[in-house]
Ligand binder design. Structure first.
Ligand SMILES: Cc1cc2nc3c(=O)[nH]c(=O)nc-3n(C[C@H](O)[C@H](O)[C@H](O)COP(=O)(O)O)c2cc1C
Length: 214
């Protein structure tokens, strides 16, 4: 039976654009694969411990019997997260832009994945696995806009998933999500509505193609 791993990083549950757009992708995936399972990891609902990564990395240089309980727990967590993505037939990662950078929750998840020897640099276990990155941004960073280049999250996530893990990656960006609530962005409301509709459409299309590729 096909298995999709869905990872969410928005700090919101109500009104989250990244979660809603990911829903469109997952619905399309489920239609493509009736009876498939969706394994969910909510990085903000159940945050990963921020100190686990350092403990896991330092534990590697310590002989097993000499490891602390915290180091063992961190290595066990790393293995669970790696097992999850390795077992999945496809991945949907929904990660908003925060403070012009990658969500700290997403970064912790990625660092822990890379701490597993099966997923470290040069490994190929995720190569070709279909993946969709869903990004939500309050502002707009497209080419030609004043803040083009200020989004330091999307390219990083694409680098990790598409190049470091060599996954078969697609991306969807829903931008201008703050236009509806920020008076300074009122003139962008229509653009934001179009961007959101396009993001849902693209996500559904990609969700279907994830299913076909997997
Ligand atoms: C603490 C915080 C920081 C944010 N920083 C940025 C930012 O640097 N640039 C931006 O375009 N939007 C920023 N936003 C807006 C979010 O990217 C936007 O609301 C997005 O839709 C959040 O994803 P969600 O709708 O899935 O919750 C920020 C939002 C919060 C709560």
């Amino acid at each position: 039976m096909a298995n999709l791993l869905r990872v969410d990083a928005s700090i919101r549950t109500e009104g989250s654009v990244s979660r809603a757009v990911a829903d469109s992708a997952v619905a399309a995936w489920s239609t493509e694969h009736p009876g498939s399972t969706v394994c969910r990891r909510d990085l903000t609902g159940s945050p990963l411990p921020a100190d686990a990564w350092a403990r896991a990395v330092t534990a590697r240089g310590v002989a097993e019997p000499a490891r602390t309980a915290e180091q063992r727990d961190a290595l066990a967590l790393v293995a669970v997260l790696a097992d999850e993505i390795i077992a999945a037939d496809a991945l949907v990662l929904a990660s908003p832009l925060y403070n012009f950078g990658v969500s700290q929750h997403t970064k912790t998840w990625i660092d822990l994945l890379i701490a597993d020897p099966r997923l470290g640099p040069g490994t190929t276990v995720l190569e070709g696995k279909p993946a969709l990155l869903v990004v939500a941004q309050g502002g707009g960073y497209r080419e030609g806009t004043p803040r083009h280049g200020w989004d330091h999250s999307t390219a990083y996530l694409e680098r990790i998933l598409g190049d470091n893990f060599a996954m078969d990656l697609r991306s969807v960006v829903a931008d201008l999500t703050l236009a509806a609530v920020n008076p300074a962005m009122a003139h962008l409301t229509t653009d934001a509505e179009h961007a959101l509709a396009a993001a849902h459409e693209e996500a559904a299309r990609h969700g279907k193609s994830l299913g076909a590729a997997a």
